[in-house]
Design a protein around this ligand. Structure first.
Ligand code: GDP
Ligand code: IMO
Ligand code: MG
Length: 483
C-alpha cells in the first residue's frame, strides 16, 4: 500500500528531481500532483542531463507507470515538446498517463501572466510567466478547460468562448494576436488532443488500483513549501499547494494512503523571483555560492538568490508536511567555508527576536536571520558514499540540522549525479547507498533496499522516536515566540 510523497521543503529547486529519480527505482508508479511547467526538475545520470518540466521524474525508469495527476496544469505545447524530446533521446514514454481532469494552460493564460506582472511593475512576483496563476484562477472560477475537453470540438469551442468572455478587457492589448483567434486556438488544441488522446485517462483509478494491490506509489511535488499559496510567503508564491497534503487532492487519494513524506532541502537556501528571504546573502559571497552551486533557474535561466540554511523555515516546513525524512542536497557545495552560518531565529522590526515562521506579511518582510556558527570544512565531498566518509564538521552540520528540525536525514546529496549520494542509517544505511549508487538496486522498499528493509524499519522507528523527543526538547528549550 505504501504511498511516499516527495516535497520541496524550501522555495523550490531543492533537488526534488534527483531524489524522485532515486526513490523511483523502488516504486511501481510516480505521480506529479500539482504545478505545471513552472517546475524544472533536473536529473543527471551517467553524464547525461535531463530537464523535466511536466513529466514525472520517474520517466527514466522504463515501464514504470508515470502519471500527470488532476492537480497539475498542463501547457499541451510544452508537454508534446517534452515528449518529443524524450522520444528523440530514446526514452520509453509508453507508461505515461495524463489525468482527464487536469486543467489546460491556454494561450490567454500566458498573456494574462505577462500582463499581470507588467501591471504590478516594481511589485511584481517574478513569476515564470508560464500562465500558471491565471490557469489556476480559471480552475477556481470554474472557467477552466480540462484535458478531456480536447477530445470534443464542440465542447472545446464553447468552453473557450465562455472563458474568454470575462477576460475581454484585460486581453484588449492582445486583441490582434493570432493566438487569440477562436478558430485557430480551437484547431491548435484539437491537434494536441489528437496527439495526446491515447494517454488521457482516469488516472485516479489507476493510482487506486496500484495502491490497493499493495504497490508503491511515489508522489512527486513541484515548487516548495514556502511557495505554497496558503502557507508560503503570500503573495510571493505560486498558485498551487506544493505541501504534502496536496498530493491527496492532486492525485485523488486519501491521507491514509500516505506512509512516508520526504522533504528535500538544500544544505543552504535559494529562491527565484521576488519576496521575503530572511537569510539572503548579498555581495561577493552570494556570487561565490551561486557559482559553486550552479544556481541558475532550470526553467527561466534566472539567477537564483542564495542564502544561509534557514532552520526556522525548515522546521516550519517539517511541521506543515509532517516530514518523516529529510533528503539534504548540495552538501558538497558548502566545501569552501571555515565557518558556516545557520539561522536559528529571526529578528524583526524594533529588535524583537522570534523563533517561529511569521504568519504576518509585514513581520515576514522585516525578518532578518539570526545565526549560530558551525565549523566548516574544505574537503571535497563528491566521492563520499557513506556517512563515515564525510569530514566530522559535515556530519555535525547534518546532525545540527536534523536535531533542530526534528526529522532524520535519510539521504545526502554530494553532487548532481544520481550516484553522488549517501544513504544514512535512517535511510537504509550504506547498503542502500551501494545499491543505488551502482544502479544495481533490486530492493522493493521505496528508499530502502530489501536487504536493509528491516534494519531501516527499526532505525526509522527509533529515528522517529528520537526526532519526536528532540523536537519536544527543542520546543521546550525555545523561549516563547515574540510574534
Ligand atoms: P528541483 O526543481 O527541486 O528538481 O531542483 P532543480 O533541478 O531545479 O535544481 C537542483 C540542481 O541541483 C540541479 O541542477 C541538480 O542537478 C543539482 N543537484 C541536485 N542534488 C545535488 C547535490 O547533492 N549536489 C550538487 N552539487 N548538485 C545537486
Ligand atoms: P521547481 O519545481 C523555484 C516561483 C517563481 C515565482 C513564483 C510564482 O523547479 O522547484 P509562478 O510561475 O509559479 O506563478 O511563479 O514561484 N517558482 C519557482 N521557484 N522552483 C520552482 O519549481 C518554481 N516554480 C515557481 O520564480 O517566484
Ligand atoms: Mg527546479
Amino acid at each position: 500500500m505504501p504511498g511516499i510523497v516527495v516535497v520541496g521543503a524550501q522555495w523550490g529547486d531543492e533537488g526534488k528531481g534527483k531524489v524522485t529519480d532515486l526513490l523511483a527505482e523502488r516504486a511501481d508508479a510516480v505521480v506529479r500532483f500539482q504545478g505545471g511547467n513552472n517546475a524544472g526538475h533536473t536529473i543527471v545520470r551517467g553524464g547525461e542531463t535531463w530537464k523535466l518540466h511536466l513529466i514525472p521524474s520517474g520517466i527514466l525508469h522504463p515501464g514504470k507507470l508515470c502519471v500527470i495527476g488532476n492537480g497539475v496544469v498542463i501547457d499541451p505545447k510544452v508537454l508534446t515538446d517534452e515528449l518529443d524530446g524524450l522520444r528523440e533521446r530514446g526514452v520509453d514514454i509508453d507508461a505515461l498517463r495524463i489525468s482527464a481532469n487536469a486543467h489546460l494552460i491556454m494561450p490567454y493564460h500566458l498573456m494574462l501572466d505577462h500582463a499581470g506582472e507588467a501591471r504590478l511593475g516594481k511589485l511584481q512576483i517574478g513569476t515564470t510567466r508560464r500562465g500558471i496563476g491565471p490557469c489556476y484562477a480559471d480552475k477556481a472560477a470554474r472557467l477552466g478547460i480540462r484535458m478531456q475537453d480536447l477530445l470534443d470540438e464542440k465542447i472545446l469551442k464553447q468552453k473557450i468562448v465562455a472563458a474568454l468572455e470575462p477576460k475581454r478587457l484585460s486581453l484588449r492589448p492582445y486583441a490582434k494576436d493570432p493566438a487569440l483567434d477562436l478558430q485557430a486556438m480551437t484547431e491548435e488544441y484539437l491537434v494536441y488532443g489528437h496527439r495526446l488522446q491515447r494517454l488521457i485517462t482516469d488516472t485516479t483509478r489507476l493510482v487506486h488500483e496500484r495502491l490497493d494491490a499493495g504497490q508503491k506509489v511515489l508522489f512527486e511535488g513541484a515548487q516548495g513549501t514556502l511557495l505554497d499559496i496558503d502557507h508560503g510567503t503570500y503573495p510571493f508564491v505560486t498558485s498551487s499547494n506544493p505541501v504534502a497534503a496536496s498530493a491527496c487532492i492532486g492525485a485523488g487519494v486519501g491521507p491514509k494512503d500516505i506512509d512516508e513524506i520526504w522533504g528535500v532541502a538544500k544544505a543552504y537556501v535559494t529562491r527565484v523571483g521576488a519576496g521575503p528571504f530572511p537569510t539572503e546573502i548579498d555581495g561577493p559571497l552570494s556570487d561565490e555560492l551561486r557559482e559553486r552551486g550552479g544556481e541558475y533557474g532550470t526553467t527561466t535561466g534566472r539567477s537564483r538568490r542564495v542564502g544561509w540554511l534557514d532552520l526556522v523555515a525548515l522546521r516550519y516546513a517539517a511541521r506543515l508536511n509532517t516530514l518523516t525524512a529529510l533528503a539534504v542536497t548540495k552538501l558538497d557545495v558548502l566545501s569552501s567555508f571555515d565557518r558556516l552560518k545557520v539561522c536559528t531565529s529571526y529578528r524583526g522590526a524594533e529588535e524583537v527576536e522570534f523563533e517561529h515562521f511569521p504568519y504576518h506579511q509585514t513581520m515576514l518582510h522585516h525578518a532578518v536571520g539570526q545565526y549560530e556558527e558551525l565549523p566548516g570544512w574544505r574537503e571535497d565531498l563528491s566521492e563520499c558514499r557513506t556517512e563515515s566518509d564525510l569530514p566530522s564538521a559535515a556530519r555535525e552540520y547534518l546532525q545540527f540540522m536534523s536535531q533542530f528540525v526534528g526529522v532524520p536525514v535519510a539521504l545526502v546529496g554530494v553532487g548532481p549525479g544520481r550516484d553522488a549520494v549517501i544513504w544514512t542509517e535512517a535511510g537504509g544505511g550504506d547498503q542502500a547507498g551501494t545499491e543505488v549508487g551502482t544502479e544495481r538496486g533490486t530492493g522493493t522498499e521505496c528508499g530502502t533496499p530489501r536487504a536493509a528493509a528491516s534494519k531501516a524499519a527499526a532505525s526509522k522507528a527509533a529515528a522517529s522516536k528520537a526526532a519526536a523527543s528532540k523536537a519536544a526538547a527543542s520546543q521546550s528549550a525555545t523561549p516563547a515566540a515574540a510574534g
